[in-house]
Design a protein around this ligand. Sequence first.
Ligand SMILES: CC(C)(COP(=O)(O)OP(=O)(O)OC[C@H]1O[C@@H](n2cnc3c(N)ncnc32)[C@H](O)[C@@H]1OP(=O)(O)O)[C@@H](O)C(=O)NCCC(=O)NCCS
Length: 131
Amino acid sequence: MAEEQPQEDYQLVTQHMVMSEHLNPNHHIFGGQLLAWLDTDVYLYCSNKLRYKSMVTVSMNNVYFKAPGYLGDIIQIYARLKHIGRSSATAEGKAIAYDPEKQTSREIIACEVTYVAVGPNGKPVRIFERK
Ligand SMILES: CC(C)(COP(=O)(O)OP(=O)(O)OC[C@H]1O[C@@H](n2cnc3c(N)ncnc32)[C@H](O)[C@@H]1OP(=O)(O)O)[C@@H](O)C(=O)NCCC(=O)NCCS
């Protein structure tokens, strides 16, 4: 099993325990579940970094399912900002299966998520110029 450490400029956002309801028929974590965790958790990371709460996901790119996750795995979600535009922010996210007993980490998915800051009408607004 490959051991990997998250890159230093990634920040740990949150952790999840893989339960039976997260599995697909192959008994691996369902990919849609990982995408949902990444979408939500990378959003929380960006929201805290940018101090902006009203953002929508516009894209998830470069999704790479690198290795399977299994029942009982502890999944750590890491994120780092990649780009801040006028109304959008793109962050890289990754999920690591971490074993606290063996102190090993295994990367299972990586992707980029772009969020757009929106005003009350749902239209894009400049990130650093909102009231
Ligand atoms: C996100 C949304 C508000 C953008 O509206 P829009 O009129 O297309 O906005 P614009 O063309 O002015 O683009 C706004 C920003 O999004 C970026 N963007 C637009 N499409 C993109 C894409 N496919 N990938 C990455 N960035 C994108 C633009 O580059 C721009 O960035 P910048 O302001 O930093 O330069 C609109 O597409 C939308 O409401 N989408 C649905 C969002 C949603 O429901 N998400 C799921 C639930 S959260």
